[in-house]
Design a protein around this ligand. Structure first.
Ligand code: PLP
Length: 399
């Protein structure tokens, strides 16, 4: 959790600014707030870091995905290609939008592949929700031509890739809209929070209204503002935005430190037989929040994860069995267990969710073990971890 590793007086100062005025609400109250606008400051920091033309801060990364889908015109009955490896919020957002998730294959980038997307296309495909996983990025050079060729809408869930880029362009800015999460586990945290980015004014304005009950935010009489569209409350509070502002300023330093620590750990493991890593289409754009090991096969990966547990190693994820990140454990989605009926219950599912064949994704995630990189690690801690990983990998026999 790199963001929370560097928590200090900078965050405190931003919070104190808000507490002095007592204006916890992001809009209006121009006199009382004495020039303190933390949601706007947070958005400015995100624009500065990513190069986005527009940014809109919201209450969570999940809310940002919902707002992105809505603002891009993705809704009832639209087929949206999604990966089977993501935080489950991506799939929830598509379903709650009334749209229909179509699962496609990922590859060793841990993200949807162009081949996977192509295979999942149908005449009803409206959009692709591309998720940049584990601090890295998808292979944009092969994906973008496909998006253009088929005239698809690209929405990027960069929930766990804030600060990552592909050939100098921030992930989140390749499509119509992109999303970052600032929950407690991300490279920068606001406690809870998310940011939608876009280069299109029209998308930004729609998102701005959608996330605040349709308010057009014109004038200074909130109760008399126009409501061009139906929206909901996905607003961020000034307190959360204050923390997000301070944390976003730390991201360049966090990435720099992460990269040093990740490359040291990688080098220390390089003499292991059979060691392989996930593919980074642009290594220079890595936010380096994870070191992703690819074991030779699934039994070996399972045995190794067990060994890591037994040896008391912490900070790793074997996503294959994780309840929230991989489709194998999403029975509630496959069986459409909803609190109340969703449009998909009426239209029907675009695929047989109970019998999906995603052999490539199964192989990749079955072999994947990810270690969180800490930016505050000392050299000794990294060496100790590398020794632990080596010991376990050399001593784990499948079965
Ligand atoms: C964390 C995350 C989200 C959700 O963000 P929250 O802020 O927790 O709602 C969405 N997508 C991905 C890929 C994430 O990692």
């Amino acid at each position: 959790m790199p963001g929370t590793e560097l928590f200090g007086k900078e965050e405190q100062k931003e919070i104190d600014d808000v507490m002095r005025t007592g204006i916890l609400f992001r809009y209006n109250h121009d006199q009382l707030r004495a020039g303190i606008w933390k949601a706007k400051a947070f958005e400015a920091e995100v624009k500065n870091l990513t190069g986005a033309r527009y940014a809109h801060a919201v209450s969570s990364g999940s809310a940002a995905v919902s707002a992105a889908l809505a603002s891009c015109g993705i809704g009832a009955g639209d087929e949206v290609i999604v990966p089977p490896f993501t935080y489950v919020a991506t799939i929830e957002a598509v379903l709650l939008a009334g749209a229909l998730p179509v699962f496609a294959e990922i590859d060793e980038t841990l993200c949807l592949s162009a081949a996977g997307i192509e295979k999942a296309l149908s005449p009803r495909t409206k959009a692709v929700c591309l998720v940049h996983m584990c601090g890295g990025m998808a292979d944009m050079v092969s994906i973008m031509p496909l998006i253009q060729k088929h005239n698809l809408i690209l929405v990027e869930d960069a929930g766990q890739a804030f600060g990552a880029s592909y050939k100098g362009i921030s992930v989140g800015l390749f499509g119509k809209a992109g999303c970052y999460s600032f929950d407690f586990f991300k490279i920068a945290t606001a406690g809870e929070g998310g940011v939608l980015v876009t280069n299109e004014e029209k998308i930004y304005k729609l998102a701005d209204a959608y996330c605040d009950h349709g308010h057009d935010h014109k004038g200074n009489n909130r109760g008399m503002e126009q409501h061009p569209v139906i929206g909901f409350n996905y607003r961020i509070s000034e307190l959360h935005a204050a923390i997000g502002t301070a944390q976003t300023r730390r991201v360049p330093e966090i990435i720099q430190r992460n990269r040093i620590n990740k490359s040291l750990l990688t080098n220390l493991l390089s003499d292991l037989p059979d060691i392989a890593f996930s593919k980074l289409p642009d290594p220079d754009g890595d936010s380096a929040t994870f070191l992703n090991l690819l074991l030779p096969d699934i039994p070996k990966a399972k045995a190794t994860a067990d060994q890591f547990d037994k040896a008391g190693l912490s900070g790793f994820n074997y996503w294959y069995i994780n309840m929230y990140h991989f489709i194998n454990q999403w029975n509630h989605i496959k069986q459409l267990k909803t609190a109340a009926r969703l449009p998909i219950a009426i239209t029907g599912t675009p695929q047989d969710y109970q019998n999906l064949a995603l052999p490539k994704s199964q192989q990749v995630i079955g072999r994947l073990i990810s270690f969180s990189i800490r930016c505050t690690w000392s050299r000794e801690e990294i060496e100790h971890l590398a020794d632990g990983i080596k010991y376990c990998m050399l001593n784990s026999l499948p079965g």
